[in-house]
Design a protein around this ligand. Sequence first.
Ligand code: CAO
Length: 426
Amino acid sequence: MAKALEGVRILDFTHVQSGPTCTQLLAWFGADVIKVERPGAGDATRQQLLDIPDVDGLYFTMLNHNKRSMTIDSKHPKGKEVLWRLIKECDVLVENFAPGALARMGLTWEKIHEANPRMILASVKGFGPGRYEDCKVYENVAQCAGGSASTTGFRDGIPMVTGAQIGDSGTGLHLALGIVTALYHRTHSGLGQKVDCAMQDSVLNLCRVKLRDQQRLAHGPLHEYSQFGEGIPFGDAVPRAGNDSGGGQPGRILKCKGHEHDPNAYIYFITQAAVWGPICDIIGEPGWKTDPGYATPKARLPHLNEIFTRIEAWTMTKTKFEAMDILNEFDIPCGPILSMKEIAEDEALRATGTIVEVDHPTRGKYLSVGNPIKLSASPSDVTRSPLLGEHNDEILRDVLGYSQDEIAEIADSGAIGAVPTKMAAE
Ligand code: CAO
C-alpha cells in the first residue's frame, strides 16, 4: 500500500518541539523529510534532558522519527548553495526559527517563491503580527498567552500550565494541516503559498470553550462551575475551574480505592443527564431519580458539590478499574486517571501502534508514541530518528545529483561538517 504523502519532499528546517512535531507527522504519512541541522551540534534537543551520556536524547528521538538528517551551515557560502539546490527540489520548507532568523539566512519568501514557485513555506512563530511578533517563545509562554494558564488550575491557586504540549505539539498539528491544505490547493493553483501558525493562536483555538464561557459570563454566573454551587461570586474574567467538566455535562475527578498511597487512584466521572437513573441506583441514592431537587440537570446544578461528594463515597470503595467496569455497563461516561507507567504498559495501545518500541543504534530500545492518526489505506510505520548528518552523502548524491568529487569539495569547504563519530567508527 502506498503511503499517503509519498512523493512529497520536505525541507525540514525545524528544531525543538513545535516544528519537529509537524514534520514527524508528515514523515509518518510517507513524505521524504530531510532535516537540516547545524553541523557539529544539530537540533538542541539531541543534547537536552540526557538519560544516557553521548546518546541522542529521547526529546530528540521521539520527535524526529522517519526523517533523514543532513548537516548544513546555512551561513556558509557553500552551505547556502546546497540549501538553494534543496529549495528547488523540495515541495515544502518548514521552519520554526526565532522571528527574522530565516530572512537573516537570506531565505525570504520572495526569493524562495521566485526560485521555486511551487514551494510551500510553513512557519511556526510564537505570536502573529502585533506587539509581540518579534518575541521568542517556548511552550509555557504560549500556554500563558493563549488563555490556557489563566483558565487552568483551581480558583484559589495561581494560573497553571498543563503537561499536554498544546503550544508546541498543538501548533505542530495545526501547521501540518495547513501544509496538506496548501499542498491540495497547489494541485489546482500550481503554486505554493505561505502557511503561518502562531503558537498563541493555536493554544487559543484549543481553548475556545473558555472564550465561549467568557461571553456567557456577561449574562450571568456559570452554573456548571463548582464555585456557583459554593455561592462564590464570579469576577469579570473566566475563572479557573479545577477539574470541572468544560462541557454541558458536569464532571469531576473523584478518589478511588487506594488513593491514600497511589497518586493516580482517581476516576473522572461525568454525570451525563441521560444516565442519571443508573448513577443514582449505583451510588445508592434511588430517591434522587424523582426528588425535584435532583431529578433534572438544572435542579442539580446548585448541588453539584454534594452530589459529587456522594458519588465519591461510592468510587472510594472501588479501584478505578473496578469502577470503570461497573459504570461502563450502564454507559456512564467515565475514565481512569492513567499514569504514564500504566500507559506505557497498556497492551491495547501497543496493539494499535499508538505506543511503539523503537530500536536505535546508539540508544538501544525505547518507547515512543506512534502516529495517533490512522488511515485505512495508508499505513504508517515508525522508524528510528537519524543520527546527526547520517544522510549527508545520500542526499547530496541522490536528491541533488552532486558527483563524488563535488561532494568531497563541499565536505572540504566545512559547509556540512564531519560525519558523526559513531558512524565513522563503524
Ligand atoms: N546553520 C547556521 N546557523 C543556523 C543553523 C544552521 N544550520 N540553524 C540555525 N542557525 C542559527 C539561526 O540562523 C539563528 O541565527 P541568528 O540569530 O544569527 O539569525 C540561530 O541559529 C538561533 O536560532 P533561533 O533564534 O531560532 O534559536 P534559539 O535557540 O535562540 O531560540 C526558540 C529557540 C525556539 C525560542 C526560537 O527558535 C523561536 O522562538 N522559535 C519560534 C517559536 C517556536 O517554534 N517555539 C517552540 C519551540 S519548542 O518549545
